[in-house]
Design a protein around this ligand. Sequence first.
Ligand code: ARG
Length: 459
Amino acid sequence: ETNQQWGGRFAAGPSAVMQEINASIAFDQKLWRQDIRGSLAHAAMLAKVGIISAEDERAIAEGLTTIAAEIEAGRFPFTEALEDIHMNIEARLTERIGEAGKRLHTGRSRNDQVATDFRLWVRDAIDGLDAQVVDLMRALADRAAAHAADPMPGFTHLQTAQPVTFGHHLLAYVEMLARDRGRLADCRKRLNECPLGVAALAGTSFPLDREATAAALGFDRPAANSLDAVSDRDFALEFLATAAISAMHLSRLAEEVVIWCSAPYRFIRLSDAYTTGSSIMPQKRNPDAAELVRAKTGRVTGALVGLLTVMKGLPLAYAKDTQEDKEPVFDAAGAWALSLAAMAGMVRDMTPDKARMRDFAGSGFATATDLADWLVRVLKLPFRTAHHVTGRLVAAAEAKGVDLSGLSLAEMQAEEPGITADVFSVLTVDASVASRTVYGGTAPVNVAKQAAKWQAALA
Ligand code: ARG
């Protein structure tokens, strides 16, 4: 049986495999809301410019509303023979309302239709994801405010470097997520042009009011070039690039959560709600949610690379290749959304072991830089010299099996005679973090201020 929507010039139906490879209904059903929104706007415009009657428009609008209810209720008879969501809905409309349904596609092609639907879908996804990013930022800012003065070891090369505060560390992720929001906003701004009304590729001879459909669908303007309008998928790529960068940020935090939960660290503890057990090792409490957030980054990055690869080398204008744009975007949006939710949950759930973090913050000669800075500030040694002297003191402490504050004044003076007992005041963790008051530094006063700023901005 030939396709009822385009089968006029065909004598026979597709082979089973042709139908299977061609159909997208299994995944583009997800676009049903956007497809109906787009069709309602198109029909209203057709009536407004006098291409269809007001009566037909009413029948179309009623029919589409009934179909929306049918889909919502899970009672819509989706069929693979009708390929995609657009033809499934249009065929059903004609089945219900007759001739008027057949007029809906006037001056429209599935090429501008799908480009419009997909933009609407991505725009809706952006709005939902932005709200989720904000929620995670709030969770982080709240914890940062509570731990603005609690020290933890800061690392470079994952080696103990200098003490920082736990609040400062959490706010680093708030900065990253704020940039992710900026990328989402940028992407939304650029995608917000409406392809509807350019038809297949060349535009149409019907006197369509493209400004009207663009405005009705919340777009800023109609797309200016018909060829570009049907073939551009930059908006999907920008969305995926934003998703990939943000998923990478979540993955870094997830990796830290995994490290912080591990037995040698035990900086934080996740409750039963965010951990799982082992089927053989009774003692285990595994941070699976964090591991899965870390892993889902792979799918999101894969989606970006996958769609870039689909798009490269496609001649203008539409080619069926672009039907492959949807699954990566749906999958990446879902993975990103779930990761954001899981991460917000973990951030709110975790219990930091403040005493243990403070302990570790002071170990590993973490305040060696403070000692060198003291030599520069008080004894006026050149920094390079101070660095060398401090290095000798670290070696002496290491040989003695103590931390820097475990050296006696005499032992210190053996390396640098000018050292006085005052030096011990800069070797504590609290003195170290408190001294880092430069803008952007980890001093508790700074961190409290930044956390409050974010809490207010996100409220
Ligand atoms: N399902 C198709 C897609 O997602 C709709 C557009 C079909 N257009 C065409 N000329 N065959 O791209």
